[in-house]
Design a binder for this molecule. Structure first.
Ligand code: NAI
Ligand code: BGC
Length: 255
């Protein structure tokens, strides 16, 4: 077990990649804090699955775009488990629209959840670790689109590019406290965020043609790397982005 006696907060972990990470962390012996915004039933299911294999787990409702909710999330985690060792900034949203049609509301929504949420969760984690004089790990789930353009998803790309710079800055600023900060950049993973793609065979086949490993990723593909980056084995790893994309980012082909 690679995360025995560690407590991990995973934001937005009632489904998708976050859920995959929460369930894998439970297998690795972590105490798991399942943050969710709306679906209590699914969050409780994740908690139940963790408890069924002997792990400790709680579910905490909270909107990561609100600093008060983030403070409440950390307060709940600390009162249940005494401390937090790992933060996985996973909660994220996207909105599809041509650039010239993006509304202020949609821009704010994407930036507030993805970038502001990641920023202030990381700040709450840093404050907690510095106050308690303990080392810790922060892993942000960014995206291949922290680097790779994605037409019709410009706000999303801006939000993930922001997370890339957040990670680099924090790795430099927080290194002195023994806090490691890294990004995981998934490619196309089979989760609800991609429901339009999954329901459109033409789009899906076209995308699969651009993935050298010829399949979508699964939450478990991301979870394995999250375990490594959160474990003591990654103590000398900070400020980097790790791609889990089946080769998508570097795809190029001529006929
Ligand atoms: P998903 O839609 O299944 O999961 C997103 C989760 O975030 C949901 O549980 C949702 O309730 C939660 N969430 C949304 N707003 C929230 C808020 N304000 N406060 C707390 N939780 C909130 O999609 P998926 O794929 O699991 O996404 C997880 C992360 O992975 C996101 O940051 C996404 O951008 C990123 N990602 C996903 C990829 C994919 O292909 N599925 C690829 C690259 C990155
Ligand atoms: C997006 C997905 C997309 C994937 C690959 C992710 O960041 O959330 O919608 O399929 O990148 O392009």
């Amino acid at each position: 077990m690679k995360l025995k006696n560690k407590t991990a907060i995973i934001t937005g972990s009632s489904q998708g990649i976050g859920r995959g990470i929460a369930e894998r962390f439970a297998q690795e012996g972590a105490n798991v804090v399942v943050n969710y915004i709306g679906n209590m039933e699914m969050a409780n299911e994740v908690v139940q699955n963790a408890q069924n294999i002997g792990a400790n787990a709680i579910a905490v409702q909270g909107d990561v775009s609100k600093v008060a909710d983030i403070e409440n999330l950390f307060a709940n985690a600390i009162s249940s488990f005494g401390q937090v060792d790992i933060l996985i900034n996973n909660a994220g949203v996207e909105r599809h629209a041509p650039f010239w049609e993006v509304t202020e509301k949609d821009y704010d929504f994407v930036m507030n959840v993805n970038t502001k949420g990641t920023f202030f969760c990381a700040q709450a984690m840093a404050k907690h670790l510095i106050e308690t004089k303990r080392r810790g790990k922060i892993v942000n789930i960014s995206s291949v689109h922290e680097d790779l353009p994605f037409p019709n998803f410009t706000a999303y790309c801006v939000s993930k590019g922001g997370i890339k710079m957040l990670t680099r800055n924090l790795a430099v600023e927080l290194g002195q406290y023994g806090i490691n900060v890294n990004n995981i950049a998934p490619g196309a993973i089979e989760t609800p965020i991609n429901k339009n793609l999954l329901n459109n065979p033409n789009k899906l086949n076209y995308l699969l043609g651009q993935i050298p490993l010829k399949r979508l990723g699964q939450p478990e593909d991301v979870a394995g790397l999250a375990v490594f980056l959160s474990s003591d084995e990654a103590d000398y790893v900070t400020g980097s982005t790790f791609f889990v994309d089946g080769g998508l980012t570097w795809f190029y082909e001529e006929q």
